[in-house]
Write a protein that binds this ligand. Structure first.
Ligand code: NI
Length: 255
């Protein structure tokens, strides 16, 4: 079975066929899905999906692009929502200097606060790091992320950085459709460097569909393409990677 450790099925792009698509997951080999969260407004929909589908779990958190929506009291609301038994992570949280470099200061503050919340709650973090490797690593070190653990989603850092992430920081590394893109030389080197017991797969649906579906709406049903690419990179059969990444995801999110 496949564990898609990062998707956004509450996204409007699934409005027309969400139920049909999600209902078809088990018969197509998708056994578990972690639905990530970008802002407070999404959380009721995420919880509704968790309650409707036994194989869907959720996270709560403020995405760096939504940093300006983190108003006074947002941590209390995240803490309250996190009591739901199917909320198993804080995320996605992090830094994005590609789209929103102008809110750096605010992004850094809410990332640190949310890592502290994750440690307090004993939940892993889901990290979004785009063009912000140095600052992201600094904040994770400063806020002792190893006490709660977590995952770098859609990993775009170096193979060198993988060592500290999977070692000292006690975290996992996830790869998705972008691994199959023609220019993904650096991510493929990184994917080779991740220890087997720290490797995860994800879609970031509806975004980042793998080749040959690139540019279309993504879904967990395309994950065999990511497993095929990982199999080629690591020289390990795809079905073994499917099994290992499923177990890794269950361990990380306590499922
Ligand atoms: Ni995402």
């Amino acid at each position: 079975m496949i564990f898609d450790t990062h998707a956004h099925y509450n996204d409007g792009q699934f409005a027309d066929d969400r139920d049909e698509l999600l209902s078809s997951m088990p018969e197509n080999g998708v056994g578990l899905i972690m639905n990530a969260c970008s802002n407070l407004g999404e959380i009721p929909d995420i919880i509704a999906l968790c309650e409707k589908y036994p194989f869907v779990y959720g996270a709560v958190g403020i995405h760096p692009e939504d940093a300006p929506t983190a108003e006074e009291g947002y941590l209390d609301r995240l803490r309250e929502y996190s009591k739901h038994p199917k909320i198993r992570a804080i995320g996605e949280i992090g830094l994005d200097y590609y789209w929103t470099a102008d809110t750096k200061k605010q992004q850094k503050r809410i990332l640190g606060e949310q890592v502290d919340l994750a440690r307090e709650l004993g939940l892993p973090v889901i990290i979004h790091d785009r063009e912000a490797h140095g600052d992201t690593m600094d904040i994770l070190r400063e806020h002792k992320v190893w006490e709660c653990g977590g995952v770098f989603h859609c990993y775009s850092g170096s193979a060198e950085m993988v060592k500290e992430i999977t070692g000292k920081l006690n975290m996992y590394v996830a790869f998705g459709g972008s691994l199959t893109f023609k220019n993904a030389v650096k991510p493929r080197e990184a994917a080779k460097a991740v220890p087997a017991d720290r490797l995860l797969i994800e879609t970031d649906s509806p975004y980042l569909a793998p080749v040959p579906h690139r540019g279309k709406r993504n879904s967990s049903l395309y994950l065999p393409k990511v497993l095929e690419m990982l199999s080629e990179i690591r020289g390990v059969p795809a079905d073994e990677l499917e099994r290992v990444t499923y177990e890794n995801g269950r361990r990380l999110f306590g499922i």
